[in-house]
Write a protein that binds this ligand. Structure first.
Ligand code: BGC
Length: 549
């Protein structure tokens, strides 16, 4: 049972200077959040209707995964028109209304920007294909003749992250590069028209009033000169951390310096956050130097087991890497590409971030709640993924015939389990799709989700939703939780973390046994019941507790 011993007011103002340094940013996956028009697919109207829920939850900003015009070969990460909304999500008027309503509530809006590749239905790519080899329009993408006697072999040995070759041959015999699906041709960022176009797209959305961008595959835009073969190097897992000639090339940084100038021209601290998978956190820090982007996702943290030694190491490493460049650390446990943390922690450690088994659900949820309280006690900015506040597990038993993730069809079991974290979220106890919408749900929801719905959890002090609400309320009332760039570690038994930040102490017991520790002060919140007896406190297994000292 959650303990909530205080009910602090919402005191933080989202217009305050440096708002993004400790912001809690909630990821909305539009197709799975709320369906406003009853077609079984989430949309902008659905998001707009639910903004008060997000305000009440206590987040500072909302990041929306792509809603642009797209054939949806990769759930919208294949953009056909960067300045239009896909009709399945609504219209530009809906986007405008959403941004205005969010601002009126004091919520910031961050949109996804997909600069590494377009859709194969993007006007530029369609024309490049039509105009044939030698057309200057082909230079905006990576077209090449093939190898072999008749050009029948791909230009190099790169494989797509979704499986299969990273090259597709066109009818006229040339090949084009796609690090992801064939429907996602990579732009050639050495071409000035590409850079100009994206500067214009940035301005389009900044003029619409958005507060920032999440930059998709930010580490992929520049490829090594000559597109060299990988040779014997192992091919990729989905966005791994290896050094690759198509990832984390130094040339990407000039792009972000030019974008920062644009962001800084606009009032109100507009930001950008990099999705950059790099070999080391130091390389990640390069993306957030003072004249580049503001934040980068901390995937090392996301991949860390529920283990005190490993967690402490990654927390120290992350803070140490960001401090020299003056950027805030960021923390994230779940997103639309990985198995939800309630399911990762339900399984043995070491299985990675794509897991196919449900594991021990009760244990997973208990650890997930504890992991969230630890994350929200760290300095910097934290990202939440829709539904984690309900303690949703991944849906690990989706039948093959309902799956939509392109990697499922291309990778033959390597990845392709991303649909499990994309199942529409339950709002109500009853109804055809538990309140997601009146027209069903594009992926089937498990029956057990009625009990996990917003309606079922609201007002239940033991629920995960109320734990998140309380945690975010405490964080807003006590700015020391997110502020600064360091934590002070206090002595603790094996398997336990105790960190102090000003007048605040966070205790995380990652072991499967209760521990007796000092009662550090006034208990603010705990992920399961902590018993205080005089100067001592018994912190149960897999539990995090927050104290005011
Ligand atoms: C996004 C994925 C997407 C890929 C290609 C990733 O980083 O988060 O969902 O499939 O980029 O755009």
């Amino acid at each position: 049972m959650t303990q909530h011993l205080t009910a602090p007011a919402h005191t933080r103002d989202s217009t305050r200077p440096g708002w993004w340094r400790d912001a809690v940013i909630y990821q909305v996956y539009p197709r799975s959040f709320a369906d406003g028009n009853g077609d079984g697919m989430g949309d902008l109207k659905g998001v707009r209707d639910r903004l008060p829920y997000l305000k009440d939850l206590g987040v500072d900003a909302v990041w929306l995964s792509p809603f642009y015009a797209s054939p949806q070969a990769d759930a919208g990460y294949d953009v056909a028109d960067y300045r239009a909304i896909d009709p399945m999500f609504g219209s530009l008027l809906d986007a405008d209304a959403l941004i205005r309503d969010a601002h009126a509530l004091g919520l910031r809006i961050i949109v996804d920007l997909v600069p590494n590749h377009s859709s194969d239905r993007h006007e530029w790519f369609k024309r490049a294909l039509r105009e044939g080899p030698g057309s200057p329009l082909r230079a905006r993408y990576h077209f090449r003749p093939g190898k072999g006697k008749n050009g029948e072999l791909p230009p190099n040995d790169w494989e797509s992250i979704f499986g299969g070759p990273a090259w597709t041959r066109t009818e006229d015999g040339e090949w084009y590069l796609h690090l992801f699906a064939p429907e996602q041709p990579d732009f050639n960022w050495e071409h000035p028209a590409v850079a100009d176009e994206f500067r214009s797209i940035l301005r389009f959305w900044l003029d619409m009033g958005v507060d920032g961008f999440r930059v998709d595959v930010a580490h992929g835009l520049i490829k090594a000169d000559g597109l060299p073969d990988l040779g014997g190097h192992d091919q990729l897992k989905l966005l791994g951390n290896d050094v690759m000639p198509f990832f984390d090339q130094d040339g990407v940084h000039a792009i972000y310096r030019s974008w920062r100038k644009i962001l800084d021209e606009y009032p109100g601290e507009r930001i950008a956050v990099a999705e950059a998978w790099t070999p080391t956190v130091e390389r990640t820090a390069n993306y957030v130097r003072p004249d580049e982007l503001h934040q980068a996702f901390n995937f090392q943290y996301l991949g860390t087991a529920w283990d005190a030694v490993e967690l402490r190491a990654v927390i120290d490493l992350s803070l140490d890497a960001m401090r020299p460049v003056g950027a805030p650390a960021t923390w994230v446990l779940s997103n639309h590409d990985v198995t939800r943390h309630a399911t990762r922690f339900a399984n043995p450690a070491g299985l990675g971030t794509q897991i196919r088994t449900a594991g021990d659900r009760e244990l997973g949820l208990r650890r997930a709640r504890a992991a969230t309280l630890l994350m929200l006690a760290l300095p910097g900015s934290a990202y939440l993924y829709q539904g984690e506040e309900l303690g949703l597990p991944d849906v690990t038993d989706l039948p093959d015939e309902v799956r939509q993730d392109p990697s499922f069809f291309r990778a033959a079991g390597q990845d392709g389990f991303r649909d499990g974290c994309r199942v529409p979220i339950p709002w109500t106890v009853d109804g055809p799709s538990y309140g997601f919408g009146s027209g069903g749900s594009w992926l089937p929801q498990p029956d057990s989700w009625a009990a996990l719905s917003v309606e079922a959890q609201t007002g239940d002090p033991g629920s995960t939703l109320e734990l998140y609400r309380s945690a975010l309320a405490v964080r807003r009332a006590r700015p020391e939780l997110g502020a600064g760039d360091a934590v002070e570690w206090l002595d603790a038994p094996d398997g336990v973390l105790v960190l102090r930040r000003g007048g605040f102490v966070c205790v995380a017991n990652t072991t499967s046994e209760p521990v007796t520790l000092p009662a550090y002060g006034q208990l603010l919140l705990a992920s399961s019941t902590v018993r205080v007896d005089g100067d001592a406190a018994e912190v149960p297994a897999d539990t995090t507790a927050w104290w005011a000292v």
